[in-house]
Design a protein around this ligand. Sequence first.
Ligand code: PMP
Length: 456
Amino acid sequence: MTDHAPLDRSRLAALHARELGAFRAARPRSAALAEQARAHLPGGVPMSWMVKWPGDFPVFVDRAQGAHFTCVDGIDHIDLCLGDTGAMMGHSPGPTVEAVLAQLARGITTMLPTEDAIAVSTELSERFGLPYWQFTLTATDANRHAIRYARHLTGRRKVVVHDYCYHGSVDETFATLDAAGRTTSRRNNIGPPVDPSETTHVVEFNDVDGLERALAEGDVAAILVEPALTNIGIVLPHAGYHAAVRELATSHGALLINDETHTICAGPGGVTRAEDLHPDFLVIGKSIGGGIPCGTFGFTAEVADRIARSVDLEDIDVGGIGGTLAGNGLSMAAMRATLEQVMTQDAFDHMVPLAQAWADGVQAGIDSVAAPWHVTRLGARAEYNFSAEPPRNGREAHDADDFELQQYLHLYALNRGILLTPFHNMALMSPSTTRGDVDAHTVMFDECLRELFSRP
Ligand code: PMP
């Protein structure tokens, strides 16, 4: 990384040590719980990547409501992470809680449909323009199922993904491009079933020629696309990119899957609706259940027809698609309430200007110290990145990353009661986020950068 304003690494290390001390001092209860947790939770956490949060133990949550949470040490936090989109509609939104409580008392899961399934699929069809829907418990599973169907329908084995994409723990997606432009396993890919080059072609985001070369191999079942990359910072599509992807998918007989799990931040119908895209499948999870586990994939009438004609009823339960709890009554009630009453255009009309205000505040902080960084926004989500220009693809975004610096910035924010999305520098707005929450971040960020870069 090159800095216009020089970044003094020893100063960064000293400041980081100071912040670690402050973190420990302010959170004795979290520290004690983390210690206790280590007895049966490796690293003291229920999921391994939670050890990657800044600080030397995770913050244990007491309760969360709206855009805030309170930790077990009684500290109130502005939550700009929002469960990495799982709580994009705010923690425990009222209509969702009400519907879930009612359903809890009426049966949680039966392996039979409830009437809510009709309302949810109707609502999803209107939002995203795809007529048919099936349900899972996670976006990961929805992606897996869409890929399986694509393989089944095309008789081909490979999936195209973008370099440095993230679509959940989907085997085919843990691939990257090596220096020679070949598809290879992503660093620290844990226990891949086969070498990802057997299942996957990786192409750069915004690289139409690269995509065409991959498709020309004739073995591509599906192109799995996040309409803007959001898991390696935000990388926006260039004008015409999605139209080219659609055209190439059609001309090469590959099925196009739009994963809107994060890009739903662009509006009630995600980027797909905002930019009038026409995928064969659409995947979404996390936020549409207001935090209750859910996932879904939608598809065209043509896909539905091809599936109906080629899948035998007798083996439907063991064909690799499904899940015992998928489509359960509780998830359905949560999705119905969240979609109909919480994730509305009005909500986005509140969230998107706040994300713009957040981005403006961050940009002002960056400008005041002349750091060669920039801010990117997609609807209700915004992110700063340690490069002067917006990255054009995942590789550029990845190469601009600075783990040490990032951990410091997150810890500094956390010590002042602000939680950013971990693993990059992202903020998400919810219907409950206020202008005061955003301004608190702006003030904190400005002070942080002035100290880091030794500016008065
Ligand atoms: N798709 C995208 C674009 C995601 O960002 C994620 C998770 N961050 C997933 C799918 C997987 O979601 P889950 O972990 O809930 O299965």
